[in-house]
Design a binder for this molecule. Structure first.
Ligand SMILES: [Fe+2]
Length: 385
């Protein structure tokens, strides 16, 4: 199972790093008591998070950035050590017998590591402050009715309004969408990151967006971790449609575009139960000739359960494209954990072609870093041609 692979990779890698750091501290002359305290603090943090998620204990979400931030920092420390003293020295230090302590780093190596750190930091800052990309896609839907020709859907996902999203970033996102033409706007979850109060900031930037044919939303795992039903209520009070296992219609001269929302798996963890229920979501969906069905599902893994439904286009988010990837190659960190990590996917199902679009979103999870996976919004135009 992918999530298990993720947990093993992250926590295993983390534990290995801490062991390496502890050995390194030992060689630097830190006392045994100090090292024991270091190991206790650093290892109990992920251990607690892991148990809390598995057993439903209180989940202090502020621990996540601390944990992931520290994970990156300690990784960077060992990497720097490797560059400065050589990989063999680091390995021998990790093995605990001897090594190259006392080796003086040549000025060239120090310059190289400083240069690479500055380059990485520069790239991170550049991606952070230049605003989101707009991915414009025209989707060819055979048999699409004339009335829906050129229909435009703007999708925003994973904004994660919270500690990592400044007002300036959110203003840039708002400016970007204000310059785009669209008929409906859809939010595919994780609008906010850690607490209910973040909704105020979210609404202050996006609350007045009211395209003529509607705003539709589904909740992400973060909203469910916070308080799904309250978030849904607040979005509805703002005049938007929240589609948790239900559907809505947009009609144009007798032709219908169905918007169907399938709840996130995280909804099953809450006090109200729930969970994804495609049968319930699709119960009032019966597309006729020329009609179109768009499904909102925060987690792209839900696409597997939609094969037997008339789910022509599914819009997802959740993965953030792993926040790290190789530009132009299509590879992202998320591909380790998700079959559908970013971009457009197509398959043949019983009722014809089905499309899945995984939006990499605009926000951050864990660490405020994106490298090679820029924040993005998706603008989809439907065409029957
Ligand atoms: Fe997210």
């Amino acid at each position: 199972m992918r999530i298990r692979t993720f947990v093993i990779l992250v926590f295993g890698g983390y534990a290995l790093l801490q062991a390496g750091m502890a050995v390194w501290f030992g060689r630097l002359g830190v006392s045994d008591g100090g090292i024991a305290l270091f190991l206790l603090v650093t290892l109990s943090m992920p251990l607690y998070l892991n148990l809390a998620f598995a057993r439903g204990w209180p989940r202090p979400l502020w621990l996540m950035p601390l944990f992931f931030g520290y994970f990156f920092l300690s990784g960077l420390s060992l990497l720097s050590l490797g560059v400065l003293f050589g990989g063999e020295t680091v390995l021998s230090i990790l093995r605990g017998h001897g090594g190259g302590a006392g080796v003086i780093p040549p000025a060239r190596q120090a310059g190289w590591i400083l240069g690479s750190v500055l380059l990485v930091a520069g790239l991170v800052l550049f991606q952070r402050f230049r605003g989101p990309d707009v991915h414009r896609r025209t989707l060819s839907i055979p048999g699409l009715g004339q009335e829906l020709e050129g229909f435009r859907i703007l999708q925003l996902s994973d904004i994660h309004v919270g500690i990592f999203e400044s007002d300036a970033t959110l203003k840039r996102l708002r400016r970007t969408i204000d310059h785009l033409p669209y008929d409906i706007l859809v939010f595919t979850g994780d609008m906010i990151d850690r607490k209910l109060e973040e909704l105020e900031k979210f609404f202050s930037h996006f609350g007045d967006v009211q395209p003529r044919e509607g705003v539709f939303a589904i909740l992400g795992n973060h909203e469910y971790w916070i308080d799904g039903s309250t978030v849904a209520k607040r979005l509805e009070e703002n005049g938007w449609m929240v589609l948790e296992n239900r559907s809505a219609r947009v009609t144009r001269n007798g032709q219908t575009l169905y918007v169907v929302g399938v709840s996130d798996p995280a909804s099953a963890e809450g006090p109200d139960g729930g969970g994804p229920d495609p049968a319930k979501a699709f119960q009032h969906v019966s597309p006729g000739p020329g009609d179109m069905v768009v499904v909102l599902a925060h987690n792209p893994s839900l696409w597997e359960s939609l094969r037997s439904y008339p789910a022509t286009l599914t819009l997802s988010g959740h993965t953030h494209g792993g926040q790290i990837g190789l530009p132009f190659s299509g590879w992202s960190l998320a591909s380790f954990f998700y079959d559908f990590d970013q971009g457009l996917f197509r398959r043949e199902a019983g009722g014809g072609a089905q499309w899945l679009l995984v939006n990499v979103g605009t926000g951050y999870f864990g660490v405020p870093v994106r490298l090679g996976v820029s924040p993005a919004v998706e603008l989809v135009t439907l065409s029957g041609r």
